[in-house]
Design a protein around this ligand. Structure first.
Ligand code: HEM
Length: 134
């Protein structure tokens, strides 16, 4: 008998609606929370495009449909972030915003820990300035 396929993080999270809720919580916090004003200031004046792109990207990154790649090709995330100064401060603010968004949008705790770890590795790899880019 075939082993049941292992559940992807995308499925464990609850599919597209849950990914969208997470992305909305993330950008709502970035937009409204004064602690994230510096991070917000690096983004475009309207976050609608950012919301769609992060949603499309995360669906594929979590093991779901490859919406981002279908539209834009390989993510090349580090290259795409080069126009934005990302140092330790920016990395840590992005991760703090995402950690709060995960807690607010009812991501199961085991998954929060696992995703926080993966986000930390990716966000650190995105750094393109020594120290803080203040
Ligand atoms: C795990 C960490 C991160 C992930 C998964 C992520 C993901 C993404 C994605 C998918 C995009 C859209 C790229 C495009 O198609 O143009 C994007 C854009 C962007 N990211 Fe990140 N990012 C991360 C970390 C960071 C950090 C640490 C910063 C700190 C400043 C940052 C700032 C930005 C900005 C300013 C944009 C442009 C927004 C826009 O085009 O609307 N990101 N990010």
């Amino acid at each position: 008998m075939a082993e049941p396929a292992e559940q992807t993080p995308f499925e464990a999270l609850g599919g597209e609606a849950a990914v969208r809720a997470l992305v909305d919580a993330f950008y709502d916090l970035m937009d409204l929370e004064p602690r994230f004003a510096h991070l917000r200031g690096l983004h475009p004046s309207t976050l609608e495009g950012s919301r769609d792109k992060l949603f499309w990207f995360l669906c594929g990154w979590l093991g779901g449909p490859d919406h981002y790649i279908e539209r834009f090709g390989h993510p090349r995330l580090r290259a795409r972030h080069l126009p934005y100064p990302i140092g330790i401060r920016e990395r840590d603010e992005w991760l703090a915003c995402m950690a709060e968004a995960m807690a607010h949008s009812a991501v199961p705790e085991v998954l929060q820990v696992r995703l926080a770890d993966s986000f930390a590795g990716t966000a650190d790899w995105m750094r393109n300035r020594p120290g803080s880019a203040l």
